[in-house]
Write a protein that binds this ligand. Structure first.
Ligand code: SF4
Ligand code: ZN
Length: 127
């Protein structure tokens, strides 16, 4: 049996994607059997702390290209907002749980369960 982690729908047979929402299906492991199976659902969970640079987040929020940002920086650019972003990263305020791709408990982009306090380079701050 397979499960869609988005709609919680279970499927029999050889389906790879959910027929309702198109999300990739995972082998269904009931909580009772998780501990003695070699492939538990937890093994698919993303847990890394691999943040983008504060500058990258800033550029995404402001929609500034890399070259424009470099140009501004060369002119002695300073932004308190950039400092705030750095602080939010250090405090882990920015993480999967505040990312636009996060639909608890999954990352829409990676199509897998993610630890809410993890982060990856594709982080996009929720609007
Ligand atoms: S895209 Fe967002 S939710 Fe997905 S792993 Fe990266 S930071 Fe987490
Ligand atoms: Zn689905």
């Amino acid at each position: 049996m397979k499960i869609c982690k988005k709609c919680n729908e279970k499927f029999e047979g050889k389906l790879t994607f959910c027929t309702k929402c198109g999300t990739m299906l995972y082998p269904y492991v009931s909580s009772k059997t998780t501990s003695n199976k070699t492939h538990s659902v937890k093994e698919f969970q993303y847990e890394d702390w691999d943040p983008p640079s504060p500058e990258t987040i800033y550029r995404k929020i402001k929609d500034i290209s890399h070259s424009n940002f470099r140009f501004e920086k060369a002119k002695g650019f300073y932004s308190s907002e950039l400092l705030r972003i750095e602080e939010n990263l250090n405090k882990k305020v920015y993480c999967c749980s505040t990312c636009s791709y996060y639909i608890r408990p999954e990352c829409y982009l990676k199509n897998m369960t993610v630890y809410p306090k993890a982060i990856c380079k594709s982080f996009e701050l929720q609007p």
